[in-house]
Design a protein. Sequence first.
Length: 533
Amino acid sequence: MTGSMRGWPRFVIVVALALFAWTHHHALGMSGFADDLGLLVDLSQRAQHGTLLADVFAHISQPLWPGSTMWRPLPYASFALDAQLWGADAGLWRVTNLALHIACAGVTGLICCDVTQRVRAGAVGFAVFLLIPWSPEVVIWLAGRFDGWATLGVLLALWAALRSDGFDRWCALSLVSGACAYASKESALMLPVWIAVIALQASHRETASDVSLKAVLHQTLKKRGILLVTHLLVAATYLFWRATLFPASSLNVYAAGPQLNPTQLAGQFWAHLKFPLGLASLAPVAAWIVAISFVSLVAIVTVAGRGKQKSFVVAGAFFIATVVTAIAIYIPAAPGEGDGYRLYYLATVGIALTVAGAATSSSRATLAAIVVLLGAMAFWQQRVTDEWLRASREMQSTEVAFRSAAIAMPSQDYGLVLLSDHLGHVPFARNAQGALPTLAGLPMPTVDVLSRLVVFTPPQIDEWHRLAQEGVVRKITARSDSPPNPTQYFCFDPRTQKLQTLGFWSTGMLEDWRRKWRESVDAMCPPTTALGG
Protein backbone atom coordinates (compact mmCIF):
# COMPACT_ATOMS: atom_id res chain seq x y z
CA MET A 1 0.00 0.00 0.00
CA THR A 2 2.74 2.44 0.99
CA GLY A 3 4.74 1.79 -2.15
CA SER A 4 1.72 2.35 -4.37
CA MET A 5 1.05 5.71 -2.67
CA ARG A 6 4.48 7.26 -3.27
CA GLY A 7 3.48 8.84 -6.56
CA TRP A 8 0.04 9.91 -5.33
CA PRO A 9 1.00 13.49 -4.24
CA ARG A 10 2.57 14.18 -7.64
CA PHE A 11 -0.46 12.77 -9.38
CA VAL A 12 -2.81 15.00 -7.35
CA ILE A 13 -0.74 18.13 -8.06
CA VAL A 14 -0.44 17.47 -11.82
CA VAL A 15 -4.14 16.62 -12.19
CA ALA A 16 -5.16 19.67 -10.14
CA LEU A 17 -3.06 21.97 -12.35
CA ALA A 18 -4.52 20.35 -15.48
CA LEU A 19 -8.05 20.81 -14.20
CA PHE A 20 -7.33 24.43 -13.28
CA ALA A 21 -5.94 25.06 -16.77
CA TRP A 22 -9.16 23.58 -18.18
CA THR A 23 -11.46 25.69 -15.99
CA HIS A 24 -9.53 28.91 -16.76
CA HIS A 25 -8.39 28.35 -20.36
CA HIS A 26 -10.33 31.43 -21.55
CA ALA A 27 -8.98 33.71 -18.79
CA LEU A 28 -6.38 35.60 -20.85
CA GLY A 29 -8.90 36.44 -23.56
CA MET A 30 -11.54 37.93 -21.28
CA SER A 31 -12.34 41.62 -20.93
CA GLY A 32 -12.26 43.63 -17.74
CA PHE A 33 -15.38 43.99 -15.58
CA ALA A 34 -16.88 46.82 -13.53
CA ASP A 35 -14.11 48.49 -11.44
CA ASP A 36 -11.48 46.89 -13.70
CA LEU A 37 -12.40 49.28 -16.51
CA GLY A 38 -11.53 52.39 -14.51
CA LEU A 39 -8.18 50.90 -13.49
CA LEU A 40 -7.37 49.92 -17.08
CA VAL A 41 -8.13 53.39 -18.42
CA ASP A 42 -6.71 55.52 -15.61
CA LEU A 43 -3.45 53.66 -15.00
CA SER A 44 -2.65 53.05 -18.67
CA GLN A 45 -3.15 56.77 -19.34
CA ARG A 46 -0.89 57.63 -16.38
CA ALA A 47 1.74 55.27 -17.81
CA GLN A 48 1.57 57.10 -21.15
CA HIS A 49 1.85 60.50 -19.47
CA GLY A 50 4.72 59.48 -17.16
CA THR A 51 2.84 60.14 -13.90
CA LEU A 52 2.39 56.51 -12.83
CA LEU A 53 5.27 56.26 -10.35
CA ALA A 54 4.26 59.44 -8.53
CA ASP A 55 0.71 58.07 -8.28
CA VAL A 56 1.96 54.80 -6.76
CA PHE A 57 4.00 56.64 -4.12
CA ALA A 58 1.06 58.91 -3.34
CA HIS A 59 -1.07 55.86 -2.50
CA ILE A 60 1.35 54.84 0.25
CA SER A 61 0.01 57.69 2.37
CA GLN A 62 -3.50 58.01 0.90
CA PRO A 63 -6.71 55.99 0.75
CA LEU A 64 -7.26 53.75 -2.26
CA TRP A 65 -9.90 56.16 -3.61
CA PRO A 66 -10.75 59.65 -2.30
CA GLY A 67 -13.36 59.30 0.42
CA SER A 68 -12.89 55.53 0.85
CA THR A 69 -11.84 53.73 4.05
CA MET A 70 -9.46 51.42 2.19
CA TRP A 71 -5.64 51.57 2.30
CA ARG A 72 -4.17 49.08 -0.21
CA PRO A 73 -0.89 50.35 -1.68
CA LEU A 74 0.66 46.95 -2.55
CA PRO A 75 -2.05 45.70 -4.96
CA TYR A 76 -2.30 49.21 -6.40
CA ALA A 77 1.43 49.14 -7.16
CA SER A 78 0.98 45.78 -8.92
CA PHE A 79 -1.82 47.28 -11.04
CA ALA A 80 0.53 50.11 -11.95
CA LEU A 81 3.25 47.67 -13.00
CA ASP A 82 0.76 45.86 -15.24
CA ALA A 83 -0.26 49.17 -16.80
CA GLN A 84 3.37 49.99 -17.49
CA LEU A 85 3.98 46.57 -19.07
CA TRP A 86 0.72 45.85 -20.87
CA GLY A 87 -1.19 49.11 -21.27
CA ALA A 88 -4.95 48.51 -21.16
CA ASP A 89 -4.85 44.79 -22.12
CA ALA A 90 -7.06 43.18 -19.46
CA GLY A 91 -6.03 39.66 -20.45
CA LEU A 92 -2.34 40.26 -19.75
CA TRP A 93 -3.13 42.03 -16.47
CA ARG A 94 -4.90 38.82 -15.46
CA VAL A 95 -1.61 36.88 -15.53
CA THR A 96 -0.81 38.47 -12.15
CA ASN A 97 -4.14 37.33 -10.69
CA LEU A 98 -3.59 33.78 -11.96
CA ALA A 99 -0.05 33.72 -10.53
CA LEU A 100 -1.31 34.98 -7.15
CA HIS A 101 -3.94 32.24 -6.95
CA ILE A 102 -1.48 29.49 -7.85
CA ALA A 103 1.00 30.90 -5.32
CA CYS A 104 -1.69 30.95 -2.61
CA ALA A 105 -2.51 27.32 -3.41
CA GLY A 106 1.17 26.42 -3.27
CA VAL A 107 1.76 28.03 0.12
CA THR A 108 -1.45 26.44 1.43
CA GLY A 109 -0.02 23.09 0.36
CA LEU A 110 3.25 23.84 2.19
CA ILE A 111 1.34 24.75 5.35
CA CYS A 112 -0.72 21.55 5.19
CA CYS A 113 2.42 19.52 4.58
CA ASP A 114 4.30 21.10 7.52
CA VAL A 115 1.36 20.87 9.92
CA THR A 116 0.47 17.27 9.13
CA GLN A 117 3.98 16.02 8.30
CA ARG A 118 2.46 14.25 5.26
CA VAL A 119 3.39 15.16 1.67
CA ARG A 120 0.10 13.80 0.36
CA ALA A 121 -1.78 16.11 2.74
CA GLY A 122 0.15 19.05 1.29
CA ALA A 123 -0.77 17.97 -2.24
CA VAL A 124 -4.45 17.74 -1.29
CA GLY A 125 -4.36 21.16 0.42
CA PHE A 126 -2.85 22.64 -2.76
CA ALA A 127 -5.52 21.04 -4.95
CA VAL A 128 -8.43 22.11 -2.73
CA PHE A 129 -7.32 25.75 -2.73
CA LEU A 130 -6.61 25.73 -6.47
CA LEU A 131 -10.01 24.28 -7.45
CA ILE A 132 -12.30 25.99 -4.93
CA PRO A 133 -15.45 27.07 -6.85
CA TRP A 134 -15.65 30.66 -5.58
CA SER A 135 -12.08 31.63 -6.53
CA PRO A 136 -12.92 33.00 -10.05
CA GLU A 137 -14.05 36.30 -8.55
CA VAL A 138 -10.48 36.74 -7.26
CA VAL A 139 -8.73 35.23 -10.29
CA ILE A 140 -10.75 36.58 -13.24
CA TRP A 141 -11.90 39.92 -11.84
CA LEU A 142 -8.84 42.17 -11.80
CA ALA A 143 -10.20 44.05 -8.78
CA GLY A 144 -10.21 40.73 -6.90
CA ARG A 145 -6.43 41.03 -6.75
CA PHE A 146 -6.72 42.84 -3.41
CA ASP A 147 -7.87 39.55 -1.87
CA GLY A 148 -5.16 37.64 -3.74
CA TRP A 149 -2.37 39.75 -2.30
CA ALA A 150 -3.84 39.84 1.21
CA THR A 151 -4.32 36.07 1.24
CA LEU A 152 -0.82 35.38 -0.05
CA GLY A 153 0.63 37.64 2.66
CA VAL A 154 -1.36 35.88 5.37
CA LEU A 155 -0.38 32.43 4.08
CA LEU A 156 3.33 33.27 3.87
CA ALA A 157 3.15 34.68 7.39
CA LEU A 158 1.57 31.44 8.65
CA TRP A 159 4.01 29.18 6.81
CA ALA A 160 7.04 31.10 8.08
CA ALA A 161 5.57 31.06 11.61
CA LEU A 162 5.44 27.27 11.48
CA ARG A 163 9.20 27.21 10.84
CA SER A 164 10.19 29.95 13.25
CA ASP A 165 12.28 29.17 16.32
CA GLY A 166 12.60 32.44 18.18
CA PHE A 167 13.53 35.68 16.46
CA ASP A 168 15.12 34.17 13.36
CA ARG A 169 14.89 34.63 9.58
CA TRP A 170 11.56 32.77 9.51
CA CYS A 171 10.13 35.13 12.12
CA ALA A 172 11.34 38.09 10.04
CA LEU A 173 9.72 36.62 6.90
CA SER A 174 6.48 36.10 8.80
CA LEU A 175 6.43 39.70 10.00
CA VAL A 176 7.24 41.16 6.57
CA SER A 177 4.57 38.97 4.95
CA GLY A 178 2.06 40.11 7.55
CA ALA A 179 2.89 43.75 6.83
CA CYS A 180 2.34 43.09 3.11
CA ALA A 181 -1.03 41.50 3.90
CA TYR A 182 -2.10 44.60 5.86
CA ALA A 183 -0.99 46.77 2.93
CA SER A 184 -3.28 44.74 0.65
CA LYS A 185 -6.68 44.51 2.35
CA GLU A 186 -8.37 44.94 5.73
CA SER A 187 -9.22 41.23 5.95
CA ALA A 188 -5.61 40.60 7.02
CA LEU A 189 -6.48 41.85 10.51
CA MET A 190 -7.37 38.32 11.60
CA LEU A 191 -3.71 37.34 11.13
CA PRO A 192 -2.56 37.64 14.81
CA VAL A 193 -5.29 35.21 15.88
CA TRP A 194 -4.37 32.80 13.08
CA ILE A 195 -0.69 33.07 14.03
CA ALA A 196 -1.60 32.01 17.57
CA VAL A 197 -3.52 28.98 16.26
CA ILE A 198 -0.75 27.95 13.87
CA ALA A 199 1.81 28.35 16.67
CA LEU A 200 -0.24 25.97 18.83
CA GLN A 201 -0.41 23.54 15.91
CA ALA A 202 3.37 23.69 15.51
CA SER A 203 3.90 23.02 19.22
CA HIS A 204 1.39 20.16 19.12
CA ARG A 205 3.26 18.68 16.16
CA GLU A 206 6.55 18.84 18.07
CA THR A 207 5.27 17.17 21.25
CA ALA A 208 3.99 13.71 22.07
CA SER A 209 0.37 12.98 21.18
CA ASP A 210 -0.61 12.38 24.81
CA VAL A 211 0.85 15.60 26.19
CA SER A 212 -1.51 17.98 28.02
CA LEU A 213 -2.85 21.26 26.63
CA LYS A 214 -0.96 23.09 29.38
CA ALA A 215 2.31 21.60 28.12
CA VAL A 216 1.49 22.62 24.54
CA LEU A 217 0.77 26.19 25.67
CA HIS A 218 4.03 26.29 27.60
CA GLN A 219 5.94 25.05 24.56
CA THR A 220 4.24 27.68 22.37
CA LEU A 221 5.11 30.59 24.69
CA LYS A 222 8.65 29.36 25.19
CA LYS A 223 9.50 28.78 21.55
CA ARG A 224 7.22 31.22 19.71
CA GLY A 225 6.35 33.89 22.26
CA ILE A 226 8.49 36.47 20.45
CA LEU A 227 6.66 35.66 17.21
CA LEU A 228 3.26 36.25 18.82
CA VAL A 229 4.32 39.52 20.47
CA THR A 230 5.91 40.97 17.33
CA HIS A 231 2.87 40.10 15.21
CA LEU A 232 0.67 41.92 17.72
CA LEU A 233 2.96 44.95 17.42
CA VAL A 234 2.73 44.92 13.61
CA ALA A 235 -1.09 44.68 13.83
CA ALA A 236 -1.19 47.53 16.36
CA THR A 237 0.98 49.66 14.05
CA TYR A 238 -1.44 48.98 11.19
CA LEU A 239 -4.43 49.96 13.33
CA PHE A 240 -2.64 53.14 14.40
CA TRP A 241 -1.95 53.98 10.75
CA ARG A 242 -5.62 53.43 9.87
CA ALA A 243 -6.66 55.66 12.76
CA THR A 244 -4.35 58.35 11.37
CA LEU A 245 -5.71 58.04 7.81
CA PHE A 246 -9.37 57.62 8.80
CA PRO A 247 -9.75 59.26 12.22
CA ALA A 248 -13.55 59.05 12.27
CA SER A 249 -13.94 55.62 10.70
CA SER A 250 -10.75 53.61 11.19
CA LEU A 251 -12.68 50.40 11.96
CA ASN A 252 -15.10 50.78 9.05
CA VAL A 253 -14.72 48.67 5.94
CA TYR A 254 -16.67 49.40 2.74
CA ALA A 255 -17.79 52.55 4.61
CA ALA A 256 -19.91 50.37 6.92
CA GLY A 257 -19.66 50.33 10.69
CA PRO A 258 -19.39 47.04 12.63
CA GLN A 259 -22.46 45.14 13.85
CA LEU A 260 -21.87 44.21 17.50
CA ASN A 261 -25.36 43.16 18.65
CA PRO A 262 -24.83 39.47 19.65
CA THR A 263 -28.26 38.24 18.54
CA GLN A 264 -28.15 39.97 15.18
CA LEU A 265 -24.52 38.97 14.67
CA ALA A 266 -25.37 35.31 15.29
CA GLY A 267 -28.10 35.47 12.62
CA GLN A 268 -25.73 37.12 10.16
CA PHE A 269 -23.05 34.53 10.93
CA TRP A 270 -25.45 31.70 10.08
CA ALA A 271 -26.51 33.48 6.88
CA HIS A 272 -22.88 33.80 5.74
CA LEU A 273 -22.00 30.24 6.73
CA LYS A 274 -24.37 29.09 3.97
CA PHE A 275 -22.68 31.25 1.31
CA PRO A 276 -21.85 28.38 -1.13
CA LEU A 277 -25.59 27.94 -1.73
CA GLY A 278 -25.57 31.11 -3.82
CA LEU A 279 -23.28 29.48 -6.39
CA ALA A 280 -24.88 26.04 -6.21
CA SER A 281 -27.42 26.85 -8.93
CA LEU A 282 -24.59 26.92 -11.50
CA ALA A 283 -23.74 23.25 -10.86
CA PRO A 284 -26.30 21.70 -8.49
CA VAL A 285 -25.16 18.08 -8.78
CA ALA A 286 -21.49 18.98 -8.33
CA ALA A 287 -22.37 21.22 -5.38
CA TRP A 288 -24.19 18.34 -3.67
CA ILE A 289 -21.25 16.00 -4.28
CA VAL A 290 -18.83 18.55 -2.83
CA ALA A 291 -21.01 19.06 0.24
CA ILE A 292 -21.54 15.34 0.89
CA SER A 293 -17.86 14.49 0.33
CA PHE A 294 -16.66 17.27 2.63
CA VAL A 295 -19.10 16.39 5.43
CA SER A 296 -18.22 12.70 5.08
CA LEU A 297 -14.50 13.40 5.39
CA VAL A 298 -15.05 15.57 8.48
CA ALA A 299 -17.24 12.86 10.01
CA ILE A 300 -14.64 10.14 9.35
CA VAL A 301 -11.89 12.16 11.00
CA THR A 302 -14.11 13.16 13.92
CA VAL A 303 -15.22 9.59 14.64
CA ALA A 304 -12.19 7.52 13.69
CA GLY A 305 -9.30 9.95 13.54
CA ARG A 306 -6.37 10.20 15.92
CA GLY A 307 -5.84 13.16 18.24
CA LYS A 308 -3.53 15.12 15.95
CA GLN A 309 -5.72 14.33 12.96
CA LYS A 310 -8.72 15.80 14.77
CA SER A 311 -6.73 18.91 15.63
CA PHE A 312 -6.36 19.69 11.91
CA VAL A 313 -10.15 19.71 11.55
CA VAL A 314 -10.49 21.93 14.63
CA ALA A 315 -7.90 24.40 13.27
CA GLY A 316 -9.55 24.40 9.84
CA ALA A 317 -12.99 25.00 11.35
CA PHE A 318 -11.57 27.86 13.42
CA PHE A 319 -10.09 29.52 10.33
CA ILE A 320 -13.42 29.24 8.51
CA ALA A 321 -15.36 30.58 11.50
CA THR A 322 -13.11 33.63 11.95
CA VAL A 323 -13.48 34.62 8.29
CA VAL A 324 -17.27 34.21 8.37
CA THR A 325 -17.51 36.13 11.65
CA ALA A 326 -15.41 39.00 10.32
CA ILE A 327 -17.66 39.28 7.26
CA ALA A 328 -20.85 38.99 9.33
CA ILE A 329 -19.74 41.91 11.51
CA TYR A 330 -19.91 44.26 8.51
CA ILE A 331 -22.29 42.69 5.97
CA PRO A 332 -25.82 41.48 6.88
CA ALA A 333 -26.21 38.65 4.33
CA ALA A 334 -24.33 36.43 1.89
CA PRO A 335 -24.10 37.52 -1.78
CA GLY A 336 -26.65 34.99 -3.06
CA GLU A 337 -27.12 35.57 -6.80
CA GLY A 338 -24.87 38.63 -6.82
CA ASP A 339 -21.13 39.13 -6.47
CA GLY A 340 -19.04 39.21 -3.30
CA TYR A 341 -17.61 35.70 -3.11
CA ARG A 342 -14.05 37.07 -2.97
CA LEU A 343 -14.79 37.87 0.69
CA TYR A 344 -14.71 34.15 1.49
CA TYR A 345 -11.40 33.52 -0.29
CA LEU A 346 -9.46 33.36 2.99
CA ALA A 347 -11.87 30.75 4.33
CA THR A 348 -10.49 28.37 1.69
CA VAL A 349 -7.40 27.98 3.88
CA GLY A 350 -9.52 26.37 6.60
CA ILE A 351 -11.30 24.11 4.12
CA ALA A 352 -7.98 23.01 2.63
CA LEU A 353 -6.51 22.25 6.07
CA THR A 354 -9.58 20.22 7.04
CA VAL A 355 -9.45 18.08 3.89
CA ALA A 356 -5.67 17.76 4.16
CA GLY A 357 -6.12 16.46 7.70
CA ALA A 358 -8.36 13.71 6.33
CA ALA A 359 -5.69 12.94 3.71
CA THR A 360 -3.26 11.88 6.45
CA SER A 361 -5.26 8.66 6.53
CA SER A 362 -4.04 5.93 4.17
CA SER A 363 -7.54 4.47 3.89
CA ARG A 364 -8.46 3.88 0.25
CA ALA A 365 -12.05 4.95 0.98
CA THR A 366 -10.88 8.28 2.37
CA LEU A 367 -8.56 8.94 -0.55
CA ALA A 368 -11.28 7.96 -3.02
CA ALA A 369 -13.64 10.45 -1.35
CA ILE A 370 -10.98 13.14 -1.73
CA VAL A 371 -10.59 12.38 -5.45
CA VAL A 372 -14.38 12.61 -5.91
CA LEU A 373 -14.41 15.89 -3.97
CA LEU A 374 -11.68 17.42 -6.14
CA GLY A 375 -13.35 16.31 -9.37
CA ALA A 376 -16.69 17.81 -8.34
CA MET A 377 -14.99 21.04 -7.25
CA ALA A 378 -13.29 21.37 -10.64
CA PHE A 379 -16.57 20.85 -12.50
CA TRP A 380 -18.29 23.42 -10.28
CA GLN A 381 -15.43 25.88 -10.75
CA GLN A 382 -15.68 25.45 -14.51
CA ARG A 383 -19.38 26.36 -14.44
CA VAL A 384 -18.56 29.49 -12.46
CA THR A 385 -15.84 30.55 -14.91
CA ASP A 386 -18.29 29.93 -17.77
CA GLU A 387 -20.53 32.61 -16.28
CA TRP A 388 -17.60 35.05 -16.38
CA LEU A 389 -16.88 34.06 -19.98
CA ARG A 390 -20.48 34.82 -21.01
CA ALA A 391 -20.27 38.20 -19.27
CA SER A 392 -16.95 38.92 -21.01
CA ARG A 393 -18.45 38.22 -24.41
CA GLU A 394 -21.32 40.59 -23.63
CA MET A 395 -18.84 43.24 -22.48
CA GLN A 396 -16.89 42.91 -25.73
CA SER A 397 -20.12 43.15 -27.73
CA THR A 398 -21.07 46.22 -25.72
CA GLU A 399 -17.79 47.94 -26.58
CA VAL A 400 -18.37 47.30 -30.30
CA ALA A 401 -21.95 48.58 -29.98
CA PHE A 402 -20.68 51.73 -28.25
CA ARG A 403 -18.30 52.52 -31.09
CA SER A 404 -21.02 52.03 -33.71
CA ALA A 405 -23.52 54.16 -31.82
CA ALA A 406 -20.97 56.92 -31.19
CA ILE A 407 -20.17 57.16 -34.90
CA ALA A 408 -23.85 57.33 -35.80
CA MET A 409 -24.73 59.86 -33.07
CA PRO A 410 -25.76 63.28 -34.50
CA SER A 411 -23.39 66.03 -33.40
CA GLN A 412 -26.11 67.90 -31.51
CA ASP A 413 -27.06 64.88 -29.37
CA TYR A 414 -25.67 63.06 -26.35
CA GLY A 415 -26.70 59.55 -25.24
CA LEU A 416 -27.37 58.13 -21.78
CA VAL A 417 -27.00 54.33 -21.82
CA LEU A 418 -28.40 51.90 -19.25
CA LEU A 419 -26.26 48.79 -18.69
CA SER A 420 -26.59 45.99 -16.15
CA ASP A 421 -24.90 46.52 -12.81
CA HIS A 422 -24.14 42.78 -12.73
CA LEU A 423 -24.88 39.68 -14.79
CA GLY A 424 -25.60 36.79 -12.46
CA HIS A 425 -22.66 36.62 -10.05
CA VAL A 426 -20.44 38.79 -12.28
CA PRO A 427 -20.06 42.56 -11.65
CA PHE A 428 -20.59 44.15 -15.05
CA ALA A 429 -20.88 47.91 -15.61
CA ARG A 430 -20.65 49.07 -11.99
CA ASN A 431 -18.31 52.07 -11.53
CA ALA A 432 -17.60 52.12 -15.28
CA GLN A 433 -19.39 55.35 -16.26
CA GLY A 434 -16.54 57.03 -18.11
CA ALA A 435 -14.20 54.07 -18.44
CA LEU A 436 -16.30 51.80 -20.64
CA PRO A 437 -16.87 54.45 -23.36
CA THR A 438 -13.17 55.34 -23.18
CA LEU A 439 -12.11 51.72 -23.64
CA ALA A 440 -14.62 51.36 -26.45
CA GLY A 441 -12.91 54.22 -28.25
CA LEU A 442 -9.30 53.06 -27.80
CA PRO A 443 -9.01 51.15 -31.11
CA MET A 444 -10.45 54.20 -32.91
CA PRO A 445 -8.71 57.27 -31.42
CA THR A 446 -10.47 59.58 -33.89
CA VAL A 447 -13.78 58.79 -32.15
CA ASP A 448 -14.06 59.99 -28.55
CA VAL A 449 -16.94 57.76 -27.47
CA LEU A 450 -17.27 59.53 -24.13
CA SER A 451 -18.02 62.76 -26.03
CA ARG A 452 -21.15 61.03 -27.41
CA LEU A 453 -22.29 58.49 -24.76
CA VAL A 454 -22.12 57.85 -21.03
CA VAL A 455 -23.13 54.79 -18.96
CA PHE A 456 -25.28 54.36 -15.89
CA THR A 457 -26.61 51.30 -14.07
CA PRO A 458 -29.96 50.52 -12.38
CA PRO A 459 -28.81 51.41 -8.83
CA GLN A 460 -28.00 54.92 -10.13
CA ILE A 461 -31.45 55.67 -11.50
CA ASP A 462 -32.24 58.26 -8.81
CA GLU A 463 -28.80 59.88 -9.06
CA TRP A 464 -29.15 60.34 -12.82
CA HIS A 465 -32.58 61.88 -12.39
CA ARG A 466 -30.73 64.70 -10.65
CA LEU A 467 -27.64 64.75 -12.89
CA ALA A 468 -29.71 64.90 -16.09
CA GLN A 469 -30.93 68.32 -14.99
CA GLU A 470 -27.59 69.83 -13.93
CA GLY A 471 -25.63 70.31 -17.16
CA VAL A 472 -23.81 67.03 -16.56
CA VAL A 473 -22.69 66.54 -20.19
CA ARG A 474 -20.49 69.63 -20.20
CA LYS A 475 -18.83 68.38 -17.01
CA ILE A 476 -17.74 65.08 -18.55
CA THR A 477 -16.86 66.02 -22.14
CA ALA A 478 -14.72 68.71 -23.74
CA ARG A 479 -17.05 69.04 -26.74
CA SER A 480 -17.75 72.70 -27.36
CA ASP A 481 -21.01 71.93 -29.19
CA SER A 482 -22.40 69.40 -26.68
CA PRO A 483 -25.89 69.80 -25.24
CA PRO A 484 -25.98 70.49 -21.49
CA ASN A 485 -27.84 67.23 -20.71
CA PRO A 486 -28.48 63.87 -22.44
CA THR A 487 -30.86 64.06 -25.39
CA GLN A 488 -31.20 60.35 -26.25
CA TYR A 489 -31.61 57.25 -24.10
CA PHE A 490 -30.37 53.75 -24.89
CA CYS A 491 -30.09 50.24 -23.49
CA PHE A 492 -27.95 47.33 -24.66
CA ASP A 493 -29.81 44.36 -26.13
CA PRO A 494 -27.67 41.18 -25.97
CA ARG A 495 -29.96 39.49 -28.49
CA THR A 496 -29.01 41.91 -31.28
CA GLN A 497 -25.71 43.01 -29.64
CA LYS A 498 -26.63 46.62 -30.32
CA LEU A 499 -27.62 49.72 -28.40
CA GLN A 500 -31.38 50.08 -28.74
CA THR A 501 -32.78 53.61 -28.97
CA LEU A 502 -35.39 54.34 -26.30
CA GLY A 503 -36.12 57.87 -27.45
CA PHE A 504 -36.19 60.75 -24.99
CA TRP A 505 -38.44 61.94 -22.20
CA SER A 506 -38.11 64.82 -19.78
CA THR A 507 -36.86 64.14 -16.28
CA GLY A 508 -40.12 65.22 -14.64
CA MET A 509 -40.99 63.64 -11.30
CA LEU A 510 -38.70 60.91 -9.96
CA GLU A 511 -41.46 58.26 -9.97
CA ASP A 512 -42.32 59.07 -13.60
CA TRP A 513 -38.62 58.90 -14.52
CA ARG A 514 -38.26 55.44 -12.95
CA ARG A 515 -41.46 54.15 -14.52
CA LYS A 516 -40.57 55.35 -18.01
CA TRP A 517 -37.12 53.74 -17.88
CA ARG A 518 -38.55 50.48 -16.58
CA GLU A 519 -41.24 50.27 -19.26
CA SER A 520 -38.85 51.19 -22.08
CA VAL A 521 -36.18 48.73 -21.02
CA ASP A 522 -38.69 45.91 -20.55
CA ALA A 523 -39.93 46.50 -24.10
CA MET A 524 -36.57 46.91 -25.87
CA CYS A 525 -33.91 45.10 -23.78
CA PRO A 526 -35.72 42.60 -21.51
CA PRO A 527 -32.61 40.69 -20.35
CA THR A 528 -31.18 43.88 -18.84
CA THR A 529 -31.25 43.97 -15.03
CA ALA A 530 -34.69 45.20 -13.99
CA LEU A 531 -35.03 48.68 -12.57
CA GLY A 532 -36.42 49.06 -9.09
CA GLY A 533 -39.03 51.52 -7.95
